[in-house]
Design a protein around this ligand. Structure first.
Ligand SMILES: [Zn+2]
Length: 454
């Protein structure tokens, strides 16, 4: 008698540290090992970015989930392999790296999806995670403080049923990881020209910088983001490299989807660490402070709050600086808690100018006798003409409306300072539907081949 296959969702988080490692690399290793065990994948590995504003995040606050099925025996073997790989590859000596591994069986309950939404849009606790895992008969392994269990469970619960994107990540061999990345920049530019806008954020247009190669000591050689598995695979074939690629995998992700940002009904609901979308009028015009940051404040009539466009947002600040009191804006960003020097502040990720306020200038009146511009004789003392001597003690400044040098619309900082989750301008109108709703079999996506190597 044939046994029913077992479905297993695997979540992994917080295995890396600023000095190396990468949770996606563990995911990529497991893709190879689990495939060799004969297990089938029901989805691409999911790379899920959680709330980027949480205070304890590792670099990108990204967690990984793998969804597989196979015989009971193969699943048991898979779990052993997963635990071994996580233990071998995690940076346990780094203070603040607290790896977590979660297993959930079968169909995913709705409660896990809502847990994931909260992990992406606000804050969740370890207790909530543990209670859910217990309730649904899952298993969790936490190393050290085990904080990674939260992200691991969130990665499982996020089925990417709304908008989503793909990222093909190519990894370096261990012996090359201290060396500069051997990626031909011209080929990356060509790849961008040929595949944009189906791929995105390959380059930073403001600086010309290549963004597919990360900076840090992690094992990633490059990552190409795009709208489909086909296009990231094609783009991958166009990038020339001078070092051996150890492996590559296509992930399905929430990158570039804005899934962290949630419309907030009123600024009173802006709580520390939450990514929000809120509307208000400019209360205090922008000013540039030391360090190049631009600060202003907005109000919704009930509460006023400070907003900041920080120095790394580049030319975006020039737009922000053109706002004046009274402009109606929609702001997108993470709420920073108050610090010693600054009150609670929204760190701007995007700005939509909804309605520009009229801007006025005050001019001295023209001389009715000779037509030259008159001069003030002091506050409320009228005006005098230097050319012909005409005086008018009742004359007042003339109020004149001047044209604004910005237009209403959506403004986004350059890609080099985007959060992973920030939806770039080019993706507006390209949002995708739930791929699960298009599948024939209810539980398994049809995967593009090849989606990994080896
Ligand atoms: Zn005159």
């Amino acid at each position: 008698m044939e046994m029913e296959p077992v479905f297993l969702h695997i979540g992994i988080d917080d295995t890396d540290s600023p000095r190396g490692g990468c949770t996606t690399y563990i995911g990529a290793l497991l893709v190879e090992r689990l495939s060799k065990l004969g297990l089938k994948f029901i989805d691409y590995p999911n790379l899920v970015r959680l709330n980027p504003n949480v205070p304890w995040k590792t670099r990108g606050n990204g967690a990984v989930s793998l969804r597989i099925f196979g015989s009971q025996e193969a699943i048991e073997k898979a779990k052993e392999v997963i635990i071994t790989v996580v233990e071998e590859e995690s940076d346990f000596d780094w203070n603040g790296t607290d790896p977590g591994l979660v297993f959930i069986y079968g169909e995913l309950p709705q409660e896990l999806t809502s847990f994931s939404n909260r992990a992406i849009q606000s804050l969740v606790t370890m207790k909530e995670a543990i209670d859910l895992i217990k309730h649904f008969g899952g298993e969790a392994i936490g190393y050290k403080r085990g904080r990674g269990i939260i992200g691991a469970l969130a990665a499982i619960g996020e089925r990417l049923q709304g908008d989503h994107t793909y990222e093909l990540i190519a990894y370096r061999k261990k012996e090359n990881r201290d060396l500069p990345r051997g990626v031909d920049e011209d080929s990356a530019r060509t790849m961008d020209r040929e595949t944009y806008p189906e791929t995105f954020n390959n380059l930073d247009p403001e600086t010309g910088r290549i963004l597919v190669t990360p900076r840090g000591p992690d094992p990633v050689l490059y990552g190409i983001r795009g709208e489909s598995p086909e296009v990231v695979y094609r783009a991958h074939g166009m990038v020339k490299v001078y070092e051996e690629i150890e492996r590559w995998v296509i992930f399905r992700t929430n990158h570039g989807t804005d899934s962290h940002l949630r419309p907030t009904m009123g600024l009173s609901l802006a709580k520390p660490y939450m990514p929000i979308i809120a509307m208000g009028r400019v209360l205090r015009a922008p000013r540039r402070i030391e360090g190049g940051h631009v600060l202003f404040s907005i109000t919704d009539g009930i509460r006023s709050i400070n907003c900041a466009a920080y120095e790394p947002t580049g030319d975006f600040r020039r737009i922000v600086e053109k706002l004046i009191e009274g402009d109606l804006v929609e702001i997108y960003g993470g709420v920073r808690p108050a610090s010693r020097n600054y009150p609670i502040t929204i760190n701007l990720e995007k700005l939509r100018i909804l309605k520009l306020a009229p801007k006025y200038s005050l001019e001295n009146p023209l001389c009715p006798s000779c037509g030259k511009r008159m001069k003030s004789m002091g506050k409320e003392k009228g005006f005098r003409c230097d050319a012909c001597g005409f005086k008018d003690r009742e004359a007042k400044k003339i109020v004149k409306e001047v044209a604004r040098d910005i237009t209403e619309g959506l403004y986004i900082p350059p890609p080099r300072c985007h959060r992973h989750l920030t939806k770039p301008l080019v993706r507006y109108g390209r949002e995708k539907l739930n791929p699960w709703s298009l599948t024939q079999e209810p539980s398994c996506l049809r995967l593009f081949t090849p989606w990994h190597e080896p």
